[in-house]
Design a protein around this ligand. Structure first.
Ligand code: HPA
Length: 248
């Protein structure tokens, strides 16, 4: 069974038939909301809205540890993390779908590991390739099967938010080698790795990053809203295709 973590713009899965809602308590507190267990394209899927079902949690307020722990308790096979991002590279404009293969973490002050506390031995897990290659390839295949082109690979920069970046910060991200920028990929990805859960991002570019392209002067929220609306149907088609491929 796959888990889908929905981000801004995907706080519910259309066509998803909810069979039950599970309130999962964890040693780390409460997840963003109840886990929704249901069927998509005939397959069992669990869905969690990262920002809460009323979109009330800012990126730094999300209890990533509780979310990952709760999903892991259900015995899932992998996590598709849907994310809206800004495009840093000029060719990654609004509407582009990206399946990144690298991450740079610029966040601070977030609870970022399960391996801490008096009773737990420290572990320095390998994170050379932060995403699960098998799941990335399946997502690429799933996109192909429904005629969606996706950019294969790229570096996801995770900023602290909730504000968007300055133009100078985006220049620095570009110099660092980042291609897209979001606010929630970390510590989500590393916590999945600590639990040995396959994890991949399906990122929808919803704006040119600050100071680039048509965001030279400002980022237009109206444009973001429109791109999200147009893009999430395509994201859904890929997720549906993924669970269907898994069935075969
Ligand atoms: N920066 C950070 N996070 C984002 C952006 C952005 O430009 N767009 C959507 N999420």
């Amino acid at each position: 069974m796959y888990a889908v973590i929905g981000g801004s713009g995907l706080s519910q899965l259309p066509e998803f038939e909810i069979l039950r809602r599970q309130v999962q308590r964890t040693p780390y507190g409460e997840p963003s909301g109840a886990l929704l267990i249901g069927r998509l394209a005939g397959q069992e899927v669990v869905f969690l809205a990262r920002h809460g079902y009323g979109h009330t949690l800012a990126p730094h307020e999300i209890n990533y540890r509780a979310n990952l722990w709760a999903l892991n308790e259900l015995g899932i096979d992998g996590i598709v993390s849907v994310a809206s991002v800004g495009g840093i590279r000029a060719d990654l404009g609004p509407g582009t779908l990206v399946i990144p293969d690298q991450i740079i973490d610029y966040t601070h002050g977030r609870a970022l590991t399960f391996f801490e506390g008096d009773e737990v031995a420290v572990q320095h897990i390998d994170f050379t390739w932060p995403y699960d290659d098998g799941l990335r390839k399946q997502l690429i295949q799933a996109a192909d099967a429904v005629g969606e082109s996706v950019v294969q690979g790229g570096c996801y920069a995770c900023t602290q938010g909730p504000r968007l970046e300055t133009a100078a910060e985006v220049k620095r991200l570009a110099r660092d080698g980042s291609d897209i920028v979001g606010m929630t990929g970390m510590p989500e990805a590393v916590l999945a790795r600590e639990l040995e859960l396959p994890y991949a991002h399906l990122a929808l570019v919803v704006n040119h990053a600050a100071g680039t392209g048509d965001s030279q002067q400002a980022i237009s929220h109206a444009q973001i809203a429109k791109t999200v609306q147009d893009g999430m149907g395509r994201v859904m088609a890929i997720v549906k295709s993924l669970v269907q491929l898994d069935q075969q």
